[in-house]
Design a protein around this ligand. Structure first.
Ligand SMILES: [Zn+2]
Ligand SMILES: [Zn+2]
Length: 247
């Protein structure tokens, strides 16, 4: 694949699809990156306003920052998802959302390299050199019409980058489900019940479950539940972009 010579976002000359200036949209390059739920990576409100909406005093806020609590969002507290933790690169907002739309719906595969390499870099710093990367599979009908699974494209690149194995044969869609878009959180979960089956190959393994975007987390939850049923010991969801909370 030829190296790009212009940034896909600002069109200045660049050696990557996203130039260093535009790369400030990624959490890793943002001094003001949000804290995220350690389980589902949803952006959390700033620490200083966590206690029933009233700002904490400076000293109190500083104490909470120093202890860097493993924060979990209300949704995950109410119902723990089957995945143990989530890694994301950024929120699913402008300008990065446009690259993901071009990847998924217009087959712009170079963007899989951009997101995949950044996921790979993040995974390499996790220090887990035994994990197996597994993409969230597309429904067979969707795969036939799209011609590629964007999650596998991301996993393939991330696997090379992080020097971790990847396999597209560990997790399958057992049945075709209705499109998730427009469904409520509960309806999404019902829609996906029993949709995935994992193979015995994940028994005793730590799995990195790779997907493009996490919206409510219902897809990763159902996929992770299948991996756990098949004996995976730990599931880290590694997702390029995370839909921010609606309220
Ligand atoms: Zn740029
Ligand atoms: Zn959460």
């Amino acid at each position: 694949m030829a190296l790009p010579d212009h940034c896909a976002l600002c069109h200045q000359r660049a050696a990557r699809q996203v130039c260093p200036d535009c790369a400030h949209a990624f959490d890793a390059n943002r001094p003001d990156a949000p804290s995220r739920c350690r389980q589902c990576a949803v952006a959390l409100p700033p620490l200083a306003t966590l206690s029933d909406g009233a700002p904490l005093s400076g000293a109190e806020g500083a104490t909470i920052c120093r202890t860097s609590l493993p924060l979990v969002c209300g949704q995950c507290l109410r119902r723990r998802p089957a995945f143990d933790a989530t890694l994301v690169l950024a929120d699913y907002v402008a300008p990065l959302d446009t690259l993901m739309i071009r990847l998924k719906y217009h087959g712009a595969l170079p963007f899989a390299r951009e997101f995949g390499e950044r996921l790979g870099d993040a995974l390499a710093t996790c220090g887990d050199d035994t994990a197996l990367l597994v993409p969230v599979p597309l429904a067979p009908s969707r795969l036939a019409s799209r011609g590629f699974n964007q999650a596998w494209e991301l996993a393939r690149v991330a696997s090379r980058r992080a020097q971790l194995p990847a396999s597209a044969h560990m997790l399958h869609r057992e049945r075709t489900t209705a499109a998730q878009r427009g469904l409520s959180r509960d309806a999404r979960r019902r829609n996906l019940r029993g949709a995935f089956v994992a193979s015995d190959g994940v028994r005793g393994r730590r799995v990195v479950l790779v997907d493009d975007v996490m919206t409510t987390g219902a897809t990763c939850d159902a996929a992770a539940a299948a991996l756990k049923r098949a004996g995976a010991t730990h599931v880290l969801a590694a997702v390029a972009l995370r839909t921010p909370p609606t309220s």
